[in-house]
Design a protein around this ligand. Sequence first.
Ligand code: SF4
Length: 124
Amino acid sequence: MKRTIVRIDEELCNGCGKCVTPCAEGAIVMMDGKAKVVKEELCDGAGFCLAVCPTGALTLEEREAKAFDPELAEKEEEKRGSRIINESCSICSNTEEAAPLIPIRTKGKSAWVCVRCLPALIHG
Ligand code: SF4
């Protein structure tokens, strides 16, 4: 089937691994120092990973791919266990224990911002 799925440009990928955690479905893994989608049926094409990539290596594309399999994603998550996001707000340094964090792109850069700081970023 033709659908939206993440594309990883290996030339641009610096292997930082920041895209692994936002992918709740576990579609992105690090292999040989590069991010890879090893099972395309785990990628739902939502694109939460895009905002955190510092190099612009991640994009969404429309192409032939296996359909997203939510049951497989759930089973994989049970096997893997929940992931802890060790990120903090780039403005106030809050961790996700203090306030939910959202990955954003601003002025050509990727950053995590907590929901307390987001309104000021939006409205100035
Ligand atoms: S966030 Fe971008 S640069 Fe970092 S591992 Fe993922 S694709 Fe590569």
